[in-house]
Each structure stands twice: as C-alpha cells, then as structure tokens.
Design a protein around this ligand. Structure first.
Ligand SMILES: [Zn+2]
Length: 202
C-alpha cells in the first residue's frame, strides 16, 4: 500500500473542497479506507493547506495508529467510521459545510433535486437531525438517517451543519458534494427570481 499516495489524494481533495467553498475556516474532514486501514484529516487543521503529517491513520475505534505528530484525529472520526461500518463497500467519505445547503437547513426548508444533473446523478438524499458536532448523538442521528434511506443514497444532509458524501473514491464523493451544493444554489436563485417576478406583477 502506498500510504503517501493516499495522503496526497486526501490533501488534494481537502484543498479543492476549501477552494470551491464547500468548507470554511478549520471545518470539514475527509477520510479514506484502504485494505481495512483508515486515514483521516486531523482535528483543528484547515483543509486549505494540509501536509502529510495532518493526515492520520486510525483504527476502527478511532484511535491513532502510528505517529500522531502531536495531533488528534478529526472530532468527526466516529461519523466516518459509522459510514464505513454501515456501508462496507464505501472507500471514501467527505464531510463539508456547503453554505447554500446549510442555509436551507437553518431556514428550516428543503430544496428539490430538480436540475437536470441532480435529477440524474443524485436522485435522493437522506436527512439527519441536529446534534452537536463531534457528539455521539450526531453519530446516532446519521446512523438512523442512513438506515432509513435506500441503499443507493450517498449523501446525508445534516441539519444546521453540513453534509456527508460517501462512495467508492474521493473523486465521486467530491463530485456529488459539489453537485448537491450547486443544486441548492440554483434553488436559492430560482426562489429569488420567483419573488422578484411576483413583485413586478404587483
Ligand atoms: Zn462539520
């Protein structure tokens, strides 16, 4: 196993997530599973400029394996491990805080998957009720949401928080996360246009 290549890919998609406004500040975390081993970004480190030391190997209990470089695994490590436990075929998990998706949940609304791309490539998401970031309650809420969803769902929308995107590799997880955020943004813009049209008719 080429651990350097795994870490390099996690760093690449972390930077991309930050640059594409899927995550802000020191939020978000990314992991991969390879040959039964788990690799995840460290707690408190912004995804914008990670180094290889900022990607830690953890075991299935969330404890660091090998050198920690004085860092702790992401506080959402148990969220990632929960997905891997429920979905043995999953090899990668991205957790980010896309602003339009989060805004919809803060407002207490949902948005339809009615763009051409989201209708074809997402079709369905599942929703996890709010619990504090890093808490066991959040893990339980996400576990419940995944168990309630159909097998092909790969996106969990977490109330007032963000999303989990999971799948066979980081490439597909990132594409799904970015597409869901694009769909939320289009819905937001469409709502503004509908309101503007109503005002014009008055
Ligand atoms: Zn988060």
């Amino acid at each position: 196993m080429n651990i350097d290549a795994i870490k390099k890919e996690i760093i690449e998609y972390s930077k991309l997530s930050y640059e594409r406004n899927l995550v802000f500040s020191a939020g978000g975390n990314i992991s991969c599973k390879k040959d039964g081993r788990f690799f995840i970004t460290a707690s408190g480190r912004s995804l914008r400029n990670l180094t290889k030391d900022d990607v830690l190997e953890i075991n299935e209990n969330g404890s660091v394996v090998g050198e920690s470089h004085g860092l702790k695994p992401s506080k959402e490590a148990h969220l990632h491990l929960c997905v891997y436990r429920l979905k043995p075929e999953v090899k990668s998990v991205i957790h980010v805080h896309p602003i339009n998706i989060v805004a919809f949940t803060v407002a207490g609304w949902t948005f339809p998957l009615n763009t051409a791309a989201s209708g074809q490539k997402i079709r369905e998401t599942t929703f996890a009720q709010f619990a504090l970031p890093g808490s066991q309650d959040l893990v339980l809420n996400v576990e419940k949401a995944i168990k309630l969803a159909s097998d092909n769902v790969q996106l969990v929308i977490m109330e007032r928080h963000g999303i989990l995107s999971y799948g066979e590799d980081l490439y597909s997880c990132f594409n799904l996360a970015e597409l869901l955020e694009e769909t939320a943004k289009v819905s937001f813009e469409a709502d503004i246009l509908r309101d503007a049209k109503q005002r014009r008719l008055i």
